[in-house]
Design a protein around this ligand. Structure first.
Ligand code: FAD
Ligand code: FES
Ligand code: MG
Length: 279
């Protein structure tokens, strides 16, 4: 059964939002979960986090960055177009409990998945200190949404065009050193960012959770593509995660496995570009 795109817009250059009619997914979705979609019968399966969901409207919101063949193809679709398959919700939901004070960190496109988690933690009665970061102000999105979903919001940009000039880790460190009792940190973004956050919180002994993004194929624990090493034990991120204890994750292995198919991904992109009509 195809899934219809109800709305589609480019939030900032190369980052898009699509709202898809998927009532059964929307009904069951929880913060931290994801879907695996296939644009058409010939397409590959790609995982995207459920950035928002509305059970009453039967819609799920996905935010994605154009990075390779499939995300470029998805970006070319518009309202009224459809996606062949959309399986979910997949993965374990984020732990939403009354922890106390939680620092939520979203880097780059990771701002999207941190949003429903921050909102859920606020609703559960936590003090939520959110830190969102991007390379530059022009690719920062959902600042207002994050403001609403947080007790305090900090913005960072690598180039200083908005907020703190520097990295999200600078603010994580500042918040912890300010004497604020931080009960939990959750960080979602590029693996280098998540590793850096883990490095900052470890000496302070602050429980830190990250959402891992290894290559996934089936999303149901059968193919092994998403294997990650956590505390020396092999886990399948699609069914055991995607959230794990940041201080236990082998980020070097994660990053090397993410780069496993770079030649094939480049070939797919070049093939697509060659097939595009010249304008
Ligand atoms: P390609 O050129 O094929 O790949 C570019 C890079 O993306 C690769 O080098 C590899 O690192 C990664 N990648 C490629 N294929 C996969 C795959 N099947 N599974 C995972 N990673 C892959 N991205 C977003 O923009 N928004 C999200 O909300 C989001 N949520 C994710 C949630 C999970 C649980 C996971 C595992 C990944 C998520 N990603 C998200 C990453 C997204 O799946 C990849 O960017 C996408 O698959 C790239 O496809 P492509 O064909 O456009 O690029
Ligand atoms: Fe196949 Fe996780 S994606 S086991
Ligand atoms: Mg691809």
């Amino acid at each position: 059964m195809p899934f219809t795109i109800l709305k589609k817009r480019e939030l900032v250059p190369t980052i898009h939002q699509v709202d898809v009619a998927a009532p059964r997914v929307a009904e069951k979705a929880m913060p931290g979960q994801f879907v695996i979609l296939r644009i058409d019968e010939c397409g590959e399966r790609i995982p995207l986090t459920i950035a928002d969901f509305d059970a009453a409207d039967g819609t799920v919101t996905l935010i994605f960055q154009e990075i390779g063949k499939t995300t470029r193809q998805l970006a070319s679709l518009g309202a009224g177009d459809s996606i062949a398959d959309l399986a979910g919700p997949l993965g374990c939901a984020s732990s939403i409990e009354r922890f106390g004070t939680v620092v939520c960190v979203g880097g780059g496109v990771g701002i999207a998945p941190i949003f429903p988690i921050a909102r859920g933690l606020m609703e559960a009665g936590n003090k939520v200190i959110s830190i969102i970061g991007a390379r530059s102000a022009d690719i920062l999105f959902w600042e207002e949404r994050m403001e609403e979903a947080s007790s305090e919001l900090y913005v960072t940009t690598d180039d200083g065009t908005k907020g703190h000039h520097g990295f999200v880790t600078d603010i994580v460190q500042k918040v912890i050193e300010s004497g604020e009792q931080v009960d939990r940190v959750i960080a979602i973004g590029p693996p280098v960012m998540m590793r850096a956050v883990a490095g900052v919180t470890k000496p302070f002994g602050v429980k830190t959770v990250v959402s891992l993004n290894p290559i996934m194929v089936d999303g149901t624990g059968m193919c092994g593509a998403c294997r990650v090493l956590v505390g020396g034990v092999t886990k399948f991120a699609c069914v055991d995660g995607p959230e794990f204890d940041a201080h236990e994750v082998d980020f070097t292995l994660l990053m090397s496995r993410l780069a496993m198919y770079l030649p094939e991904e480049k070939e797919a992109l070049d093939y697509e570009a060659a097939a595009e009509p010249a304008v």
